[in-house]
Design a protein. Structure first.
Length: 334
């Protein structure tokens, strides 16, 4: 009995020791009053808490992460904090969100809202099978504007975009910061989508108390061959084991001929890709490419890469949108 109790105590101590805990207080910037019920979460994960009556929060992770901490409260501007070694953030003040009138647009918008909303859904959620199981619950909060002069579709939202994903079993709150669809005309006169860019912070929440069997299966299918899967395999030097093959144009090369990977004490990895573009084949059918515009970049213990804007994916990986996105703290059972 004594041995059992000692083992249990040691296990609990180890779990507590390995956790990374961040604390703080969320307050109104003007009145200095505590904000009860403010959401505090790590971007792109299911790791989140709410503040108590004193505005206090304590949030823990088992792995070091480069994901920023997001503080959100209705009627206030979001605060995004890069958490470093400092574990007690002290007082965090949120300014009220001032509702501004739409900017006066001298150029008329020639597209109907139905057309703009259809394009927004396709480019934000995607066009894959999971996207067909996704629904934006508050589309009226999304403002859309098409500039004919620039040939760009813009989207804005003052409130989090609420998405229900019945393929993966998650409810999402996406705080949209930027969204642009740029169009171009090719040499033959055909008008094409030139590029899509969107940025924001995301909180994932389980639809039910625990995931249903079909959700677990769909998450596994979505994970394998994803950018998250690739980054984790690259960081751990397990590209071959995870069925990733690397190509220089059409010539297959050894997985690490063009990569230099250095492990860091906090569990992350420093990565240098010596060739700007490499092609990726996963499991013989998924074709993608990775472009790195600036070295080095970093992959944390969750598989999150930073800076996000220096690593670009194309091909099959590049087509994936919110509907195919898993939280960074997702762990495959295989």
């Amino acid at each position: 009995m004594k041995t059992t109790l000692f083992f249990l105590f040691a296990l609990l101590f180890l779990q507590a020791y390995t956790q990374n805990t961040v604390t703080g207080y969320v307050l109104d910037e003007v009145s200095k009053e505590p904000l009860q019920g403010a959401s505090v979460f790590y971007d792109g994960t299911t790791i989140g808490v709410v503040t108590n009556t004193d505005g206090y929060f304590s949030i823990s992770t088992e792995k070091n992460s480069t994901s920023p901490l997001v503080i959100s409260y209705f009627g206030y501007k979001n605060k995004v904090i890069k958490v470093t070694d400092k574990k007690n953030l002290g007082n965090i003040y949120l300014p009220e969100e001032i509702e501004q009138l739409n900017e006066v647009v001298l150029e008329p918008d020639t597209w109907s809202r139905e057309k703009k909303l259809r394009i927004f859904r396709n480019q934000f959620l995607g066009t894959t099978l999971p996207a067909q199981k996704c629904k934006i619950l508050n589309e009226d909060d999304v403002r859309l504007y098409y500039s004919k002069k620039e040939d760009i579709l813009y989207a804005y939202a003052n409130k989090p975009i609420k998405v229900q994903n019945k393929f993966l079993g998650y409810n999402l709150e996406y705080h949209l910061q930027d969204f642009e669809v740029r169009y171009k005309t090719n040499a033959n006169g055909f008008r094409l989508t030139g590029s899509v860019f969107y940025a924001g912070t995301t909180l994932f929440m389980e639809i039910g108390k625990k995931p249903r069997r079909k959700y677990i299966k769909n998450r596994e299918l979505t994970y394998f061959g994803s950018t998250l899967h690739f980054m984790r395999a690259l960081s751990a030097k397990r590209l071959t084991e995870e069925k990733f093959r690397i190509f220089k144009e059409s010539l297959e090369v050894q997985p690490y001929d063009y990569y230099k990977i250095e492990k860091i004490e906090d569990g992350s990895a420093k990565v240098i890709q010596s060739l700007e573009r490499l092609n990726i084949l996963h499991n013989r059918w998924s074709n993608s490419f990775i472009m790195v515009t600036q070295n080095p970049f970093y992959i944390d213990a969750h598989g999150n890469h930073s800076p996000v804007d220096v690593v670009l994916f194309g091909g099959d990986m590049g087509l994936l949108r919110i509907a195919n996105t898993l939280p960074l703290d997702y762990e495959s059972a295989n």
